[in-house]
Each structure stands twice: as C-alpha cells, then as structure tokens.
Design a protein around this ligand. Sequence first.
Ligand code: OGA
Ligand code: NI
Length: 320
Amino acid sequence: MEQNIKFPVVNMSKLNGEERDQTMALINDACENWGFFEIVNHGLPHDLMDNVEKMTKEHYKKSMEQKFNDMLKSKGLEKLETEVEDVDWESTFYLRHLPQSNLYDIPDMSDEYRTLMKDFGKRLENLAEDLLDLLCENLGLEKGYLKKVFHGTKGPTFGTKVSNYPPCPKPEMIKGLRAHTDAGGIILLFQDDKVSGLQLLKDGDWIDVPPLNHSIVINLGDQLEVITNGKYKSVMHRVVTQKEGNRMSIASFYNPGSDAEISPASSLASKETKYPSFVFDDYMKLYAGVKFQPKEPRFEAMKNATAVTELNPTAAVETF
Ligand code: OGA
Ligand code: NI
C-alpha cells in the first residue's frame, strides 16, 4: 500500500495559485526520478472521459472481443501451459490524429464514437503541448522549445492506441504488454479506473501505477531523455494481466514529426554526452524491431549505423 502514497499525483489546478512553485517542483521531481506522474484537474471534462470509457468498452464487446478470442485460438494461447514471452495479452487498435487523421478509415466505429474520439484527441493534443511547456520551464528552456523541436517540417506525430486487456486465466504465464520504454515524446494515458495492471520499474522494483478516477497518467519517452541529455528519463513499464476484469487503457503519444532532428538541447548537453543526434524516423525504424529490449543499446546504436544490425531486431511491432 505504501507505494501508492508515494506515486506522484499532480493537481494541475494548483498551477494557477499559491502552490505553483511546489507543483512545478513536484513535476520536475517526477520527471527526474519516476519518468511518470498522474495528473488530476487537468481540464478534460469528466463526462467526456466517462463517455470515452463507456463507448470504448462497448466497442470492444461489439467489434474486438471475438477477434481477440480468435487470436488466442490461432496462437494456441487458450491453455497457457508454459510461459509465453513473444505475445502480449492485449486487444488494440490505433487512431492517428496528426499529421493526418485516419479516424475515418477505422472500420466498425459508430459516428458518435468517432466524433467523441476526435474531440478527446484534440483536447489531449492541447494538454500535451501545455505539459511540454511546463517541462521547458522546469528545464530552463525557452517556452515552445520542445514543441518546435518536435515540429520538424510536417508538425508532430500524434496518435492514440486504444487497448483492452481481457481477463487472463493464468497471469503468471503472460504479460498484457511486455516491459519497454516508449520511443517518443510525451504519453498521456487514460486508464481504467478499477482494473489495475500498469507497473513501472523503479530502483529494481515493479511499482503499480494506481487507478485513480478521471486522472491521466503521464510518462516520458526516449526522445525526452535524449533532448534533456538524461536529466529526465524514459522508464521501463509493463502491463500485467489479471484474472478478473477487463482493463481499458487509451494511450496517446505526442511524438516528433518523422523528419524532426533530435539531439540534446545545447544548454543541457555536456561535451561528452552519451546521447546521439538523429532524425526521429530513423530512431523509430530501429525501435520497431527492438521495442522490448533495453533502451541503452538503442541510443548507442544511433551513434553508429553499423551497430544497428548488431542489435538483432526481431519482428517489427506496430507503434507510434
Ligand atoms: C504502451 C503502454 C500501457 C497501458 O502502449 O506503450 O505502455 O496501460 N501502455 O496500456
Ligand atoms: Ni508504453
């Protein structure tokens, strides 16, 4: 229980009042020491969030559950007699918002659900940009710095991964999502308020990211670690499966545009930085094959193109 008390929860409404400094310090501490925090009073209407949750759960029942069960059958995962390490126990679909929306290409979404997700996505995009500016402030970077870096020539990439983690008869045999760090910029996660499962790795222990009604979980991706020259960290996380309950999670990834040039900010960089400079899309090409491996060899490989093949990419995974 004690771990939940410590997990950083930031009340965003305090940014407008007397406790602004403490709140900014809490965000900075979370970025340095957790790579994660949870925000409340973030400005997203609670009834909008409730509707997104309700329609996502209905959509799963109507359009995704059968596909998930078929996948289990086709992959021989119904019995789970031995540990499975190359498949995730999740049902997902991807919505892209920027640079071009694919919202109207996704099959089986009602018009109402599409409109709702468009509104939800736009609000999260604005929130992501506000958060990036708070990070800039804490980092001593000029306002708009991170947004500008992420812009490239085509603007940022912004997308939403809608996931359900159905109940699993043998949670010890398979993860909902294997451990990884996120490749991109800043991630905003609307997770189930009842069924838990997300865990992050802190000082060698897996710590639960506790469900908290109407909160949004924020975490930092590899690009922010590079740009901050390691002051902020992308942190390993995973989803464990549960015997009871279907966990919904809606993760929105605010990432650099494909041709954005990423490098440590000069005011934060040291002469002998261990971080590389690269074009974001090149990083993503590498990441797709090695997502479930540690990030350090990825950073190393980006310094040296020939090392990329030595990382032994496995099958590419779909990702933002
Ligand atoms: C991810 C991720 C966590 C979750 O998609 O990268 O970490 O709770 N998701 O679904
Ligand atoms: Ni992730």
